[in-house]
Design a protein around this ligand. Sequence first.
Ligand code: SF4
Length: 515
Amino acid sequence: MAAARANGPTEVNTMSERTSGTDTGTGADTNANASTDTDTPSDAGQFASEAGQFGSEMSGETVPYGEPLVEIEGLKKYFDQSSGLFSGVSVDTSQFPPISVGEERVKAVDDVTFDIRRGETLGLVGESGCGKSTLGRTILRLLEPTAGRISFKGEDLATLSGEDLRTKRSEIQMIFQDPQASLDPRLTIGQIIEEPMHAHGMLDDEGREARAKDLLERVGLDPHHYNRYPHAFSGGQRQRVNLARALSVNPDFIVCDEPVSALDVSIQAQVLNTMERLQDEFGLTYLFIAHDLSVIRHISDRVAVMYLGNIVELADKEELFENPQHPYTEALLESIPVPDPRETGARGVLEGEVPSPVDPPSGCRFRTRCPRLIAPEAYEWTDEEWAQTRAFMRAVKRRTFEPMTAAELRADFFGGTLPQGEPGRIVEEAIELVATDHESAAEVTQAGQQGETATDGGQATAGGGQSRVVAWNSATTLLLESFAEQSICARERPAYEIEPEYGGESHFTACHLQR
Ligand code: SF4
């Protein structure tokens, strides 16, 4: 809804709206930045050919503006990693029996619940690999859901199949990230736009051509280029062709999967503006997937933040940007580059790697990277003691400090005074394990090199370097098991809804800090 987007960034809003159809630019707005997890032509072709009947039969009018058009409940999409003769077979000689058979499942989308209201743009943001593209494809049934409900206009898509599903898909379309790869180079853009209409028996030849030319004009291209091939168009123009193709069957709902991320920034603004105008003209509802928060801020009415298969925060755009409540959202917002030459140093860089979705962390999935992990209740802490211990634990886990003596470690991480009681005793034990007081320089250097690649604490052998690795791993295990694993963040998955401060009807955030 245009009114709700009025506060988008001015540098984007003021850019020119319409591109010239004669611009066949081969320059900056090409798809050089396309990531490898994007769509293939077959994705696009499959979906286009599977779109259902012409959208004039849509029942979109039955869902009033602002009411849920799409409702997602407990949606899961797991991928089975195992394949081949010995798939799922693992050998562990330390246990009996040593051979076990189990399934390794990538939990790409895990128990996701939200709705998308008619006429809105719901932005879906998160780091690469967080599951947002998988979520978009699963909603469209391009991927089969593992569990959960996907309701479109009150009808459960997850239970539809065959002709019923094909028919329903006429009302739902998708725009893919890579405008080059999603257009068949052997077809003219006129044929590309007419393809879905043709597949679903919509109009006659003349009618389809007239509609394709009309759509070309509406998306900002010259209808006289109806007979040109995709290679004659720039990246931004190709994405406009994709828009025209998606609109050809008059859908209600479009999933836009990183539609501008492969484009130059100035071209992004033009395509986004066109998408906003088309949304008003055609009464569209968008699920807009992106990793770029400035793009999300420009186009969204509400924003959902995704991390490792879960939605961790969802709120109206202004509420989310002005009053973020989840530490992951805060970190994402802080990582937006500031165009200020006086700004120096790293801003809120997210530490560590995203954990594997095969074996995600228990409780809150962000806990292994969260700078605000909650202190375990078993001990009495001051805020300062916990902050120092948490910093030390993370540094040991990631081996981010130079070799130091025990006294130097105490001074560096704790200002010379360890926490009181049992936590202090545990910290002291860990310090003794990683301190260099009794080690030779050669051992420390070797341990540092090996420690970078070590993954467990087993297989201790004689030799200084190896024993140092074992000591580091022991210190890591001791600290994590004593503190991190005892936190409520590790024990319980958070779920919560809070009162919004900056407008909007609801603000969801999944963090124990809001309890
Ligand atoms: S639940 Fe705990 S680990 Fe998760 S975001 Fe909140 S404070 Fe951080």
